[in-house]
Ligand binder design. Structure first.
Ligand SMILES: Cc1cc2nc3c(=O)[nH]c(=O)nc-3n(C[C@H](O)[C@H](O)[C@H](O)COP(=O)(O)O)c2cc1C
Length: 301
């Protein structure tokens, strides 16, 4: 692989800026049947909580014309099981592991982060933006004050850099991003899913037990791109962007909007090879445009 896609996110070196998004890639094992995970810039774990979590009851996925709605509710095996069962495998891979962490209250976030101090991960993605859990999750991420408060506390106790994952559902996204930066975040990622609703008219009922659920996929791309641009213009820390990125052209647009790395989510379910196709497409673009490095077109808009 050529050097044209190597990307630095602060001082973390990624061999390319393409990373499968949290919750759409498990812990990578299923995708190893399709390709060598070492080809990826990195991977982002399913959202982990302190305790194992069964997730939401009822229907959890619903397709829309240009996207996917989910109400998974952070189903995951818990931090201890991750450290014992998944980390030994992930740490052997020649790619960057990002661990996505959720929580139901301050204490559960902090204890989870403390436990991760025991292992040598490169980056934590602090999920304060999950719309599918009643307590915690998005409740922290929709106001600058609460987002900054939890970020500050987490940064203080973590020996790993913290990238805060923002919600598109909150108040004044740029203010929230700036507040997280001021609180010590070393990166921002965005966007998590957009709160939506689906009704099954035949059943005369809401599709999801929680009524509302998170929309992702191509439908959200223009919104995610606009938000990426706004946040990149405002903050000095690097941004990892996502939301409907399905091919290399989409990825390039987010990089032109200022993103340092991009995450690939919902499209993994349609095309498991999507991250690899995106890497190949970006590489070919650099060659065609005679770019020594993708950095040269980052943030040009
Ligand atoms: C089925 C599913 C599960 C998800 N689980 C998580 C999660 O555990 N933690 C998290 O931060 N984001 C989660 N997300 C959000 C994605 O990481 C991503 O932010 C969002 O889907 C937008 O990107 P996309 O349009 O490329 O999918 C999930 C998304 C989907 C579709």
């Amino acid at each position: 692989m050529s050097e044209c896609l190597t990307t630095k996110f602060n001082d973390i070196l990624f061999k390319n800026p393409v990373i499968p998004a949290s919750g759409t890639f498990g812990f990578g094992r299923e995708y190893e049947a399709f390709y060598d995970l070492a080809k990826l810039g990195g991977l982002c774990s399913k959202g982990l909580t302190l305790e194992p979590k069964a997730g939401n009851k009822g229907l959890r996925l619903w397709e829309t014309p240009a996207g996917l709605m989910n109400s998974i509710g952070l189903e995951n095996p818990g931090i201890d099981a991750f450290i014992n069962n998944e980390w030994p495998h992930l740490k052997e891979l020649d790619t960057v592991t990002i661990v996505n962490v959720g929580g139901k209250d301050e204490e559960s976030y902090l204890t989870a982060i403390e436990k991760l101090n025991a292992i040598d991960i490169k980056l934590i993605e602090l999920n304060i933006s999950c719309p599918n859990v009643k307590a915690g999750g998005m409740a922290y991420g929709i106001k600058a004050e609460t987002a900054a408060d939890i970020t500050k506390k987490v940064v203080e106790i973590s020996r790993h850099p913290i990238m805060v994952k923002l919600s598109p559902n909150g108040e004044a996204l740029v203010d929230i991003a700036l507040a997280c930066e001021a609180a010590g975040a070393q990166g921002i990622s965005l966007i998590n899913t957009l709160l939506g609703m689906a009704i099954d008219y035949k059943k005369k009922a809401a599709v999801f037990d929680n009524q509302y659920a998170g929309l992702s996929g191509p439908a959200v791309k223009p919104i995610a791109l606009r938000m990426t641009h706004q946040v990149c213009q405002a903050v000095d820390i690097p941004v990892m962007a996502m939301g409907g990125i399905s091919n290399w052209e989409d990825a390039l647009e987010f990089i032109m909007a200022g993103a340092t790395c991009i995450q690939v989510g919902t499209i993994n379910f349609n095309n498991p090879m999507a991250p690899i196709d995106i890497i190949a497409g970006l590489e070919a673009y650099c060659v065609r445009e005679k770019l020594d490095n993708i950095d040269q077109i980052r943030g040009i808009i």
